[in-house]
Design a protein around this ligand. Structure first.
Ligand code: ATP
Ligand code: MG
Length: 384
């Protein structure tokens, strides 16, 4: 919006405030200029609409008041245009990103961030261009898990440039804006939503094959705002651990996707089993004490190697929940103490041990996810 344009629309009767201004501001305008008609229209500015009331002649005092309110209107118009530009950018941005995947869980601590970072890294290892957006505003962990905490955001021409992470994953996180990582962030509703929209609209992602979006637990403001602000979301991935309590909550995430008419791309079962490995006499049986002392029998192979998988949090719950709710099951990720260490050290397990069990499990999950994303444009995608 240029200045000239702003001036030609400065007649108060021609300005429709956006739905954003505060009640206070709207009231002040009405007092000074009765001809302003506040409206909830999406279009912030309307040029000389046909139904406007005739303008009253202005005396000197009114002209003075006009000058003051013109400044206010200009500010409003700037705000309105900033919003319009952001909407436009969001639309353009959405076009440049092939797949947008939201990672959700009903329960906290089930491994959303681990999974979101793992999906991003696995896809990037295939040579794809991947972005990772950390929408967990109050507890943003992505930078720490990927070893880029403390990175400085680069802003150019009003656009925020994401921080490059391992395998070239482009990362954006509220953590980059926090001066003190340990200070709690308390955002009231509208500010939080504004920040999320800014995150979506003001980031220079460029062309991406996939954007993975990590959320705080639950189905509250954050996923709702993203779902409503970002067009053409490919779908939702639900992370769960295998036990019943977590599964109950993950059903809520699946129903959330359903309510918003977003495809549920599938369920991932995390911390599915812990594999113990050892060595013994080749071709002999051995017995391992499992949970609660239950003996588990296994065989040593010809080289004397044996392995046993302990289902720490039950087994198969994610798969049966997916089946029950009619959504795809994308696979299970093992319980891996290396994931905990990697998360704390900032070296993701996939980076530290690219051929290990976790990296391989992620590859399978990603393959299944990609199959769902490919079906996205075809007729057989299961839209719940
Ligand atoms: N497969 C796994 N094996 C072992 N530890 C894991 C696994 N997945 C996640 N963890 C660990 O569990 C903890 C929680 O994981 P993470 O932060 O990814 O969960 P989250 O769902 O994002 O949590 P929040 O709800 O707080 O955002 C972390 O310490 C992480 O290292
Ligand atoms: Mg998290």
């Amino acid at each position: 919006m240029d200045e000239n344009h702003a001036d030609t629309t400065s007649s108060m009767s021609s300005v429709h405030p956006t739905s954003e201004p505060t009640a206070h501001r709207a009231r002040a305008q009405v007092e000074r200029a009765p001809s302003i008609r506040p409206t909830m229209s999406d279009s912030p500015i309307s040029h000389h609409s046909g139904d406007k009331p005739p303008e009253k002649p202005q005396d000197d005092e009114a002209a003075g008041a006009d000058a003051a309110s013109t400044e206010e209107q200009k500010a409003q118009m700037e705000q309105a245009y900033a919003q319009m530009r952001r909407k436009l950018r969001i639309t353009q941005l959405a076009e440049g990103i092939k797949h947008k995947v939201m990672v959700l869980s009903g329960k906290g601590g089930v491994g959303k961030t681990t999974v979101a970072t793992g999906l991003a890294l696995s896809l990037a290892r295939q040579g794809l261009s991947v972005g990772l957006m950390d929408i967990d505003i109050t507890g943003p962990n992505v930078p720490k898990m990927l070893g880029v905490s403390g990175a400085e955001l680069h802003v150019e021409e009003g656009q925020i440039h994401p921080v490059p992470g391992p395998h070239g994953v482009k990362i954006i996180s509220m953590a980059f804006l926090l001066e003190d990582e340990d200070a709690p962030v308390i955002w009231r509703g509208p500010i939080k939503l504004g920040a999320i929209q800014q995150f979506i609209g003001d980031v220079a992602w460029g062309e991406l094959d996939a954007l993975i979006i990590d959320f705080p637990p639950g189905t509250s403001d954050e996923p709702l705002t993203v779902a409503q602000s970002l067009p053409n979301i490919s779908g939702v991935v639900v992370v769960t651990t295998p036990q019943d309590v977590a599964l109950l909550d993950s059903r809520k995430s699946i129903n959330f996707a359903k309510t918003l008419k977003l495809p549920c791309l599938g369920v991932i079962e995390n911390m599915a089993g812990y594999t113990l490995r050892g060595r013994g006499e080749p071709n002999t049986s051995i017995s391992v004490d499992g949970p609660e002392g239950t003996p588990i029998e296994t065989e040593c192979d010809a080289d004397g190697n044996w392995q046993v998988t302990l289902d720490l949090f039950k087994f198969g719950g994610g798969e049966s929940a997916a089946e029950e709710l009619g959504v795809p099951f994308l696979g299970r990720l093992p319980f891996d103490p290396g994931i905990v260490r990697g998360g704390d050290d900032g070296v993701h397990r996939i980076v530290a041990d690219p051929d290990g069990d976790s990296a391989k499990a992620f590859e399978i999950v990603v393959k299944n996810l990609q199959a769902q994303l490919t079906e996205d444009s075809g007729p057989s995608l299961k839209i719940i």
